[in-house]
Design a binder for this molecule. Structure first.
Ligand code: F0G
Length: 467
């Protein structure tokens, strides 16, 4: 068993966590329709639902909250944020937004027409929804084997360049308005994307005159993996790797709630001043004036400081070490995970835990619910509930490549002891896996159904056989 990583901070302020009885958790989960998105946070002991907006701020960021400038136009905090982003990412045009999906909306609204196709390694669900909202088709291009949870490849987040080549050759001019790569690849178990892959995508798209954008949410974690795993990068600074990644792109969308180490916020970066002019016009209608775009000055200060903390070696070593440590605890306890562990989360392979439960009975969603019942641990399903819905154009249901449970680690929040508790909780669930028969979806909304769908447990094995 590897040693837990040394935390590069000490704790200055604490927040008590709730402990409920098993009977109380059963009642809460029943009321929540067996969907942990419907639980109250006060009923959760360890919350691994997301790493988004859940970071603990540093003392420097708290100081920034006080220094934050509330000016509507031309505020000091915006200037601070703009200069940090320009320095780190190298893009000249910065469009602030209230969070990542607002930046995606701006980009998609400006560049997409109905019927067009946008290739990606894998879209995050809001990005995919923003592409679809314009009537365009989001296309995920994963190479053979990259969804195999048992192999040790270092860059399983990569886009398949051969499939990209095929798509470009068969597409009419103008059919592909841009390509987008998500780093790290949240939908594919938080796996990183190599610099070689980013370079290949950038070159190929640019040869065809197609702009290349990066979904940058977890750019610092991705840069760390490039340094650890890609030949030629071992002696490079994280900042120089970050710059090399973004030099390949024409812009990026960013959720500051991840590697911005902030509780909210986001931005769109662009190189093209004419596109930026159009983006600012839309920004004023949708988000706010171009020097705040839906964020407060205090928030912009926390992001300006957080972005710089996120690219330090001591932080990234601890951060990725914590995820790897949780992965090792789980595999040591007999819980199968997607290997290797990702940058922000460990993904449990629920398909291997509950082979008797078909996708139509949501095995990963059931595992999520059982971990809550067992120990008050909240995680999230990345499987048939999130992805296994009918294609909007054909009505066909495409099953997801894997049934996964994501254990996303909030940044700088939980200790190694908390992680041991999480692993013990899942180990206890896995011990009684034979008694689990899946869930039935009793209601679902029209879009992004996993957030609000309701379920009921299937209590008899015969019900599984019926599907
Ligand atoms: N892109 C990726 C890769 C993401 O993971 C997220 C959010 C977004 C875009 C949207 O950013 O939330 O600021 O609007 N992911 C969160 C998660 C919600 O739990 O993975 P946002």
């Amino acid at each position: 068993m590897p040693a837990p990583p040394l935390e590069p901070f000490r704790i200055k302020m604490v927040e008590a966590i709730p402990f409920l009885t098993r009977a109380e958790r059963e009642a809460r989960l029943h009321d929540a329709g067996w969907n942990v998105f419907n639980l109250q946070a006060q009923d959760v002991t360890i919350d691994l639902l997301t790493d988004s907006g859940t970071a603990a701020l540093s003392q420097e960021q708290y100081a920034g909250l006080i220094l934050g400038d509330a000016a509507y136009a031309g505020g000091r905090s915006y200037q601070h944020l703009e200069s940090v982003i320009q320095d780190l990412f190298g893009f000249p045009e910065i469009i602030p937004t209230h969070q990542g999906r607002a930046a995606e909306n701006l980009l998609c609204s400006l560049l997409l027409e109905p019927g067009q196709v946008v290739p990606s390694n894998d879209f995050f669900d809001t990005t995919r929804a923003n592409v679809e909202a314009q009537g365009a088709l989001p296309l995920n291009l994963a190479a053979e084997g990259m969804w195999d949870p048992t192999t040790p490849q270092p860059f399983k987040g990569d886009l398949d360049l051969e499939q990209l080549e095929g798509l470009l050759l068969e597409s009419a001019p103008g059919a592909i308005p841009f390509g987008m790569v998500t780093i790290t690849n949240n939908s594919r178990a938080g796996q990183p994307v190599s610099m070689a892959n980013l370079r290949g995508i950038s070159q190929r798209l640019h040869e065809s005159g197609i702009p290349f954008f990066i979904d940058a949410c977890r750019f610092a974690e991705n840069a760390w993996f490039i340094r650890q795993r890609e030949p030629g990068y071992a002696d490079r600074s994280i900042r120089s790797i970050v710059r090399e990644m973004f030099d390949l792109a024409d812009g990026c969308t960013m959720s500051a709630k991840k590697d911005g180490l902030a509780n909210s916020g986001g931005f769109l970066c662009l190189r093209d001043p004419a596109l930026a002019e159009r983006a600012r016009n839309l920004l004023i209608r949708l988000e706010g004036f171009p020097t705040y775009g839906g964020m407060s000055g205090r928030e912009m200060e926390t992001i300006a400081i957080g972005l710089q903390e996120a690219v330090t070696d001591s932080y990234l070593e601890y951060r990725t070490g914590q995820v790897a440590y949780l992965g090792a605890l789980l595999t040591g306890a007999g819980v199968p995970i997607f290997e290797p562990p990702g940058g922000h989360a460990v993904y449990i392979d629920a398909g291997r835990v509950l082979p008797q439960v078909p996708g139509s009975r949501f095995p990963a969603q059931q595992l999520v619910c059982e971990a809550y019942l067992e120990g008050g641990v909240r995680t999230v399903e990345v499987g048939s509930s999130m992805f296994g819905y009918p294609d909007p154009r054909t009505g066909e249901v495409h099953p997801p490549p894997l049934e996964l449970v994501r254990l996303a680690l909030p940044r700088r929040v939980y200790t190694s002891t908390h992680l041991q508790y999480v692993a013990e909780t899942f180990a206890a669930v896995v011990e009684r896996k034979e008694t689990l028969y899946g869930l039935e979806m009793t209601w679902s909304p029209a879009v992004l159904r996993h957030f609000r769908a309701r379920f009921a447990p299937v209590t008899e094995r015969s019900a599984v056989a019926l599907t």
